[in-house]
Design a protein around this ligand. Structure first.
Ligand code: TRP
Length: 341
């Protein structure tokens, strides 16, 4: 029997938003539900520190927020194949990260387009920990690499589009390790959803808390409504009777991503293109659609908020540790890091 595993994760820096849902969580739930994979969902608190080292207290609340969001969208760690893993508690993972960093070129890491874009925002405040995070993330993925590797084993990484460069790099490093020292790692595979990324409510490339352009999974109906009413549309369309663009229009992008009534979306788009519908109507419909989508998520969160969630983290973290011990043992053997006691 081949081993099939999923590893993916999120930084624990606060509540999750609709961008996390379409880019990642939707695929995570789907892959969990196939039942074919052992799934490790990583709460990346160490990676959160790469940008939030000045506010470590934020991590405690964020871990809980992220766990609640995950449970609310339907990830289910009570299933035997589903594990919620606290990154900082798997010490072998940190060892693997150090080992991999020895074969990771400084220049190739700093060329990573995702890192480069984030570096631009951070400017001079970037730390060594931050620069090294792409390598650390490779350790996240490979800590659950099926060991010993058999052909046909799978390591699947469902992620948003922005993570694809990290996955390509993971494959590069794994291959390099195998060539230098002998085969330990199977090639990981990215799984990107239909909508790999969601623009912010202001039309900027990405939703991000610092830009105030998010709609959070935990937002109440009123907040969603006011965020939608403030959304950017087609900047060139200054009156409702003018023909408008629906392709790059954030309101329509969200309709296409979340409105289950495809006929309605087509009808609104047709009328919008002809100048026969106002922004307010399109937005009101979107607010209703998003609130319908979020209602069951809110209900599930309310239920889990009353529960003690620590036990499930202990259980998931233990499972990841068990997967990582043999990986790290073979890395040590291959890298000549085994000494007589
Ligand atoms: N970089 C991811 C993010 O910003 C989080 C992450 C950490 C991750 N480790 C991972 C994603 C391993 C996929 C695989 O959300």
């Amino acid at each position: 029997m081949n081993t099939k595993r999923v590893l993916t994760g999120m930084r624990t820096t606060g509540q999750l938003h609709l961008g996390h849902y379409v880019g990642a969580l939707k695929q995570w739930v789907e892959v969990q539900n196939t039942g074919d994979y052992d799934c490790y969902f990583l709460l990346a608190d160490i990676q959160a520190l790469t940008t939030h080292a000045d506010r470590p207290e934020l991590l405690t609340t964020s871990v809980r927020d992220v766990v609640l969001d995950w449970l609310a969208v339907g990830l289910d760690p009570t299933r035997p194949n589903v594990h919620f893993v606290l990154q900082s508690q798997v010490s072998e993972r940190a060892e693997l990260s150090i080992a991999l960093s020895m074969i990771a070129g400084y220049n190739e890491v700093t060329r990573n387009p995702t890192l480069k874009a984030e570096l631009k925002d951070l400017g001079k405040d970037a730390t060594i920990g931050f620069i090294a995070y792409p390598v650390d993330q490779v350790a996240d993925i490979y800590m659950v690499s099926p060991t010993p590797p058999e052909s046909g084993d799978k390591l699947l990484v469902p992620v948003g589009e922005d993570q694809v460069p990290h996955l390509e790099y993971a494959r590069v490093l794994a291959r390099r390790f195998n060539q230098k020292y002998g085969k330990v790692f199977v090639p990981c595979e990215a799984l990107v959803g239909e909508v790999g990324r969601l623009v912010g409510t202001d039309g900027q490339a990405k939703m991000s808390k610092s830009k105030g352009n998010t709609i959070n999974l935990a937002d109440d109906a009123k907040t969603v409504e006011s965020q939608v009413m403030k959304m950017f549309t087609d900047p060139k369309r200054i009156r409702a009777d003018m023909p408008g663009d629906t392709v790059n229009n954030p309101v329509f992008i969200y309709h296409r991503a979340f409105n289950p009534d495809k006929d309605e979306v087509a009808d609104l788009a047709e009328r919008y293109k002809k100048g026969r519908v106002g922004d307010v109507e399109v937005k009101s419909r979107l607010a209703a659609v998003l609130n319908n989508f979020l209602d069951p998520i809110r209900e599930r969160r309310a239920k889990f908020e009353r529960e003690d969630l620590r036990e499930l983290l202990v259980k998931g973290t233990k499972a990841a540790k068990e997967a990582c011990v043999p990986v790290m043992q073979s890395v040590r053997e291959k890298m000549h890091l085994v000494y007589p006691q």
